[in-house]
Ligand binder design. Sequence first.
Ligand code: F0G
Length: 465
Amino acid sequence: MSSEVAFQKCLSASCGSTYSLTETLTGCPKCGELLDIAYEWDKIPVPASLKEFEQRWSSRQNPLDFSGVWRFRELIAFAPEDQIATIGEGQTILQNSPSVAKYVGVDDGNLFLQYEGLNPSGSFKDNGMTAAFTHAGMVGAKSAACASTGNTSASLAVYASTTGKMKVLVFVGSGKIAYGKLSQALDYGALTVQIQGDFDDALLRVREVCQEMGIYLCNSVNPFRLEGQKSIMYRVLEAMQWEVPDWIVVPGGNLGNSSAFGKAFMELKELGLIPHIPRLAVINAQGANTLYDIYESEGQRWNDGQTENDHIEGYFDEMTRENRRASTVATAIEINRPVNLKKCLRALEVCDGVVREVPDQDILDAKAQVGAGGFGCEPASGASVAGAKLLRSQGIIAPSDRVVCILTGHQLKDPTATVAYHSNDQELFEKTLAVRGVHNTPFGNRPVQAENDLQAIMDVIKARG
Ligand code: F0G
């Protein structure tokens, strides 16, 4: 696909300025609003039915058809094929989980887990990074950067190390990043800058550094990232044999995923490729609940693009004055200033969405249930299952609804939180979980100690039943 069929467009209804794909922008130069990627669909050979994409399964030796992102390339049509940077992202699985269905309270067969942790860098970020990295190549960038709670940095670093195409620089908050993620950025050779501050500070700084030093920014303010992340929804539909579920439930941090999902469904509906749009539930951690506050408590809406900007800015001014900081065991979503807030409001409108907040206790209990009934996930991903359970208990999700929970990150990303939940290490428990208000481990699977003696070991095993 050539660049002529796509362009960048300001999200603001009153501005709506457009820009060529050749420009490197992270906001509208005229009004500062976020940018979207828009398409001239009538010039793109979009298949008449989504089922036609299945033909690409038989040509998987072509890396673009192998990729779980680019085999839907007509729906992400901004890049010439010979410039696409793919590392085999998007080989993910939608698993029907009877035990998690029981935990959430929906009918057997109705709870699905979408394992985005199976991506090359272990999180959903690769879906978007392949797109941003591709665009970086298209504009001739030599270096790229991001701020991260850990997964974006791991993803950017692996695209740089595997393709050898770019130098990368990642900014992380001090002491805030799970070791699995930090280890990835270091191992992949990224220049890793630990900022004394949290993710919100790091993002502010990386934007300044990119501006000053002409470095390509790969955070989700980059509209190309979100184009790639639309493919998560294409794969969910594909796994459901192109039937639309009733609910998509996703954790909310910087709100890139939820924004991308809303855009995906908006476009699929406009193209006549789906009969209706599923409902979207975005789940915040209680200690990082800006979206919940703004949407559910303050009642802010997309309102066809006429957002109440003064009100929203006032909210963030107050946050600054009070020096409110995000705090949750789900460090991936420990974010107070979600940059994609307005795009997410649009997604919530398009998908008749709801937002909920869940405490860390519920996040970790849900995470333990995912582990006991499937491939496991990192804490932030547990928020989607905890959120689904809450919405079920409130009667908003019905037992007969088909619910897809997005598991955004791999189980091995944050071993500290998992071991603290399951083990007997009281010191670790206190400093990792109790400080966040997690005091119970109803699904804890304690390791048992045994002397180095055959009989003693067998006794321990028998005692466990
Ligand atoms: N789940 C995981 C595992 C994440 O890493 C993130 C975001 C989210 C959920 C939230 O997604 O931002 O699209 O709402 N992690 C970012 C990072 C911020 O830097 O890795 P979102």
